[in-house]
Ligand binder design. Structure first.
Ligand SMILES: [Zn+2]
Length: 362
């Protein structure tokens, strides 16, 4: 598979003159897109585009692990194209085909159907729904794969390097209205039948992804994640922000006060790696004054500038249904997908005084 060394490319672009930089950038991103579309080989149709957008949030297994490792340094969707490559071996039996085709006719009173498409290369029968009351989009992909996957992605462009999207990514998995344990994520990692369970912060979006081959386990994981993102304890209990973001600690009276926090410590580790410093500096110089020029992961020097109020506001602004993209894939029942998510989406009506539709253009 063609692989673009993004790091080398960025460093090269950063060293060019402003005009040359713009030209190089245009061609670089054109090239990346081209490679992705060639690799995908799913020429037109919304499903292939949707795949490219959603794959990072949906593929499950090793591919997503690679995407997670790239973490907030992932610039293009090259990980998505490897996901597509892996999925291309899918072959659907004639007998199964009828069932998958029939699943494309499933409707639900709370949703309107936006688009339908069959991606034969992947044996994927796709329907894009929009939740009428909230505007949330749900891409439902019916396949013959018993490894069912689910993802919610929110557009979360940061304006500074306080790491608010990253701290929120950690924090929403620290308990919610329905699942009150303080660390459901850790418990599920140890005690569920998941084949993938994680969350990733990118420069402009945050993805919550899971997969399981066991139907009951899958539904359980979907419920925990959906309740976590929409109704987290973190927006009611300042201790979560303190624990995951930053707080001051004093071991002995005579010791100096020191900053601590899960993300704060994680990012101190990241900032001690020369590779990541170079990558960050490249992004900052190539994309000054844009969301890509700041660090969604959090600069340890800036993380303590984030107040609990700003943290809460970020959740209120971006973690609402119209700003989410929901994804299901696998051999589970399509109507149940719509039913489960309808409950969570409706519960979000009236959260904050946010105008859902205006929010799309923020
Ligand atoms: Zn982290």
């Amino acid at each position: 598979m063609v692989r673009i060394d993004r790091m080398a490319l960025l460093t090269f672009i950063a060293s060019a003159s402003p005009l040359g930089r713009r030209a190089l950038l245009a061609s670089a991103f054109g090239l990346t897109r081209h490679v992705n579309s060639v690799t995908a080989r799913a020429s037109s149709g919304f499903a292939s585009r949707a795949f490219a957008n959603y794959a990072a949030a949906a593929a499950g297994g090793g591919v997503v692990t690679a995407a997670a490792r790239d973490g907030n340094r992932d610039l293009s969707s090259s990980s998505s194209s490897s996901a597509l490559c892996m999925a291309m071996t899918a072959n659907v039996d004639e007998s199964v085909k009828d069932r998958l085709l029939a699943s494309m006719e499933v409707t639900h009173p709370s949703y309107e159907v936006i688009e339908k498409d069959v991606v034969t290369e992947y044996g994927s029968y796709c329907v894009l729904y929009r939740h009428k009351k909230t505007g949330a989009e749900l891409l439902s992909v019916a396949t013959d794969d018993d490894n069912k996957s689910f993802g919610i992605t929110f557009r979360t462009p940061p304006e500074d390097s306080t790491g608010v999207p990253h701290i929120l990514e950690h924090s929403v998995l620290c308990g919610s209205t329905k699942y009150r344990t303080k660390d459901p994520f850790v418990r599920l990692l140890q005690g569920s039948l998941n084949t993938f369970l994680n969350a990733m912060t990118y420069p402009d979006r945050t993805c919550y992804v899971l997969a399981s081959q066991n139907l009951k386990d899958f539904y359980n994981l979907v419920n925990v994640y959906a309740d976590a993102v929409y109704n987290p304890r973190a927006v009611k209990d300042p201790n979560v922000h303190a624990q995951e973001g930053w707080h001051l600690e004093l071991e002995k009276k005579e010791d100096p006060l020191v900053y601590k926090g899960v993300v704060y410590n994680e990012m101190k580790g990241v900032y001690s790696s020369p590779d990541s410093l170079l990558s960050r500096e490249s992004m900052r110089s190539v994309f000054p004054e844009t969301t890509y020029g700041v660090d969604s992961g959090g600069d340890p020097k800036k993380i303590p500038e984030l107040s609990y109020e700003q943290f809460r506001e970020f959740h209120e602004k971006f973690y609402h249904p119209a700003n989410s993209r929901i994804y299901f894939s696998g051999d589970d029942d399509v109507l149940t997908r719509l039913e489960i998510m309808d409950g969570y989406l409706v519960s979000q009506l009236g959260y904050g005084d946010f105008d859902y539709w205006a929010g799309l253009n923020v």
